[in-house]
Design a protein around this ligand. Sequence first.
Ligand code: SF4
Ligand code: SF4
Length: 136
Amino acid sequence: MPSDTLPSGALFKCRKCGECCRGYGGTYLTDNDIKGISRYIESEPKKFIDQYCSRSGNRPVLAQREDGYCIFWDQLCTIHPVKPLMCRKWPFLESILIDSNNWQIMADSCPGIQADVAVDTLEKYVRQMILQKWRT
Ligand code: SF4
Ligand code: SF4
């Protein structure tokens, strides 16, 4: 029976360039992110926030080094198994289903994204990926 799903990796394959780990206004952390990362680096949530985070309004975000990279970037993500939800979701964001132009904007900064794709294919694929991996 023919499959109605697109193969994983059809529209996105990470090149591990680190561009998404630099700048862009900070990586927000959920409570689960804070617990998971603290455990992974063998710290305590409060200590982790004090040492590795800054604030955006009331919310903790991962701190950035002077060169603009995330504090956990070192040629790769050093907390990959527990990286924040925001990082794990990329680039399959609900905002693409609201406005597909967001995909093109994201592709400008992410070489892993295949930019030239029909809108109906894109929306179907993003829905598929959100359903498969990110719906909680
Ligand atoms: S910018 Fe894109 S290709 Fe580069 S590391 Fe981030 S997700 Fe991967
Ligand atoms: S947590 Fe990892 S994937 Fe997320 S911005 Fe930092 S280095 Fe990049």
